[in-house]
Design a protein around this ligand. Structure first.
Ligand SMILES: [Cu+2]
Length: 129
């Protein structure tokens, strides 16, 4: 009798867990930012660090893993380039506008998904409001 009750309780706990999974909201999409910057270094093919280094403007709307807007100051950092994104015609010193996506779920990471060269002579504002 006690075993039967324990069994029924286990089943109902399982049902509740499975049931709540079915009702779960779909995961939020990755955070996406479009930012300006200046290319510092192209990816080192075959090197240990294959990121595209960009001195990017501040990103006031940048969100942390909890979705809280914390901003990101202007800095130079490497951006892993998503497969299929062409860097043809991009060189160090170029002013660019680029888009990157941040995924906080495991596996967390970020990727540059789009980049375009700005007209020669474009002055990047590194501290936009
Ligand atoms: Cu940064």
């Amino acid at each position: 009798m006690i075993r039967w009750i324990a069994g029924v309780m286990t089943m109902s706990v399982l049902a509740a867990v499975v049931g709540s999974c079915g009702r779960e909201a779909p995961p939020p999409p990755a955070d996406v930012y479009t930012v300006r910057g200046v290319v510092e270094r192209l990816p080192q093919v075959g090197g240990p660090d294959s990121g595209l280094y960009i001195h990017h403007a501040a990103i006031p709307s940048f969100r942390d893993e909890h979705g809280k807007v914390v901003g990101m100051m202007s800095m130079t950092m490497p951006f892993p380039v998503a497969a299929g994104v062409s860097l043809a015609g991009i060189a160090p010193g170029d002013a660019v506008q680029f888009t990157f996506a941040v995924e906080w779920k495991q596996p967390a990471g970020y990727q540059l998904t789009r980049i375009e060269k700005l007209p020669p002579g474009t002055v990047v504002d590194f501290n936009p409001r």
